[in-house]
Design a protein around this ligand. Structure first.
Ligand SMILES: [Zn+2]
Length: 335
C-alpha cells in the first residue's frame, strides 16, 4: 500500500515510471468516480514530491520533516489547494487570479510562480475541476502553458467529458478506477460505516466502489426512511397519502438546492430497491410477495431513471408510491 492509499497501485506505478525516466509532467488531470480517493492521492503525491528528505524517485514522504509536518497540518507555504466554495456552483476566477482589487497579486496562479520556500517545487491542487468556468479556466491558461520550473499542478474532476478543451489539451490525464470491492469494504470498516465485513462488502457494491457514496448511503436517517417505506407495504392498512408525505418531507429536508434533494431521493431509490433484493435473496416470502418485490424493484429502478431525466420530484414520488400500492398483493385479511 502506497502512503496509506488503497486500490490505486496502478496509478502509483504510472508515476514511478514517469519519474524514473524524468518525464514528470507539470499538469495532471485526475479523472474518475467521486469518492475513490483522488484528492487524497493528489495530496500524498504532492507531499512526496515536496519532501526534501527523501529521493523523489522513491515517491514517498518522510512524514517527519518540516515540509511533511506543515503539509499534514494543511498549511504548507508552497502548496495551494482550491475547491468549490460552500454554496457556490462554480470555481470562481478569484481563486486563481485574486479579486478585482488584487488582480494578479493573489490567487493560485500568483502563488505558484513564487520561489518555493521550503524545497524544490511548489504545488497546486484544484479540486472540483468539473466546475471550472470558462473565465476561470482561461485565467489558468498562461500558468498551464508556461509552468514555473518544477511546479506541480493537479486538477481533479470526475470525467474527461466534463472538462473544457483548453484544460484537456494542456494536462496529462490520469484515470482512477472505482475501488475494488475488498479495498472499499476495508475502508468502509475503518470508517465504521458498517458493522461487519459482509455488510461492508454489500455497502461497497451498492456505492459503486465510492467511499463518498458509501458514506451517504450509510446515513441513519436514510436507513430509517427506507425501513418506514418498505415496512408500509407490509402493513394491512396501507396509507398512501401518508407515506407520500413522509417521503416528500424527507427529500425536502435535504436542503434548498434541487441537486441535494435529487441526490437524497436517488439514494432512497437505491436503498429501497436493495432492501427488496435482499428480502428476495433471503427467500422468506410467499409467491404473491415475491412477485410484488420483483415488480417493485423494477418500478423503483424506472423511477431512478426518471429522476436522472429531471422529472418533477413531487410528481415522481406520488406516481412511484401509487404504482407500488397498486402492485402490492391484497392483504391476507381480504382473501
Ligand atoms: Zn518529509
Amino acid at each position: 500500500m502506497w502512503q496509506g492509499i488503497r486500490g490505486h497501485d496502478d496509478v502509483v506505478e504510472q508515476f514511478r515510471r514517469s519519474l524514473a525516466c524524468g518525464r514528470l509532467a507539470s499538469t495532471y488531470l485526475f479523472v474518475g468516480p467521486a469518492g475513490v480517493g483522488k484528492r487524497t492521492f493528489a495530496q500524498q503525491l504532492a507531499a512526496a514530491l515536496l519532501c526534501p528528505a527523501t529521493d523523489q524517485h522513491d515517491l514517498t514522504a518522510c512524514g517527519q520533516c518540516e515540509s511533511c509536518r506543515l503539509f499534514a497540518a494543511g498549511n504548507h507555504p508552497d502548496v495551494d489547494e482550491v475547491r468549490r466554495p460552500d454554496g457556490k456552483r462554480t470555481l470562481p476566477i478569484e481563486l486563481f487570479v485574486g479579486d478585482r482589487d488584487h488582480r494578479n497579486q493573489q490567487g493560485l496562479c500568483h502563488n505558484i510562480a513564487l520561489r518555493p520556500l521550503l524545497g524544490r517545487r511548489r504545488a497546486a491542487i484544484i479540486d472540483d475541476a468539473d466546475w471550472l468556468t470558462v473565465e476561470s479556466a482561461n485565467s489558468l491558461l498562461k500558468t498551464l502553458e508556461e509552468p514555473p520550473p518544477g511546479a506541480l499542478i493537479i486538477l481533479i474532476g470526475t470525467s474527461r467529458s466534463r472538462q473544457l478543451p483548453t484544460i484537456l489539451s494542456r494536462a496529462q490525464i490520469v484515470r482512477f478506477s472505482r475501488l475494488p470491492g475488498d479495498d472499499a469494504a476495508e475502508l468502509i470498516l475503518q470508517q465504521q460505516l458498517a458493522d461487519d465485513r459482509e455488510a461492508a462488502l454489500q455497502l461497497a457494491e451498492l456505492a459503486g466502489g465510492s467511499l463518498e457514496a458509501a458514506r451517504e448511503l450509510a446515513d441513519p436517517e436514510l436507513a430509517a426512511m427506507r425501513d418506514r417505506f418498505v415496512g408500509a407495504f407490509d402493513r394491512d392498512r396501507f396509507d398512501l397519502p401518508r407515506i407520500c408525505t413522509d417521503v416528500l418531507q424527507f427529500v425536502n429536508a435535504a436542503g434548498k438546492e434541487a441537486e441535494a434533494k435529487r441526490a437524497r431521493l436517488r439514494r432512497l431509490f437505491t436503498l429501497t430497491a436493495e432492501a427488496w433484493r435482499v428480502r428476495l435473496r433471503d427467500n422468506l416470502q410467499d409467491g404473491a410477495t415475491v412477485e410484488f418485490m420483483l415488480a417493485a424493484m423494477d418500478r423503483t429502478l424506472t423511477a431512478a431513471e426518471q429522476l436522472d431525466r429531471n422529472a418533477n420530484q413531487a410528481t415522481l414520488i406520488e406516481c412511484w408510491t401509487a404504482d407500488l400500492a397498486r402492485l402490492r398483493p391484497a392483504p391476507a385479511a381480504a382473501h
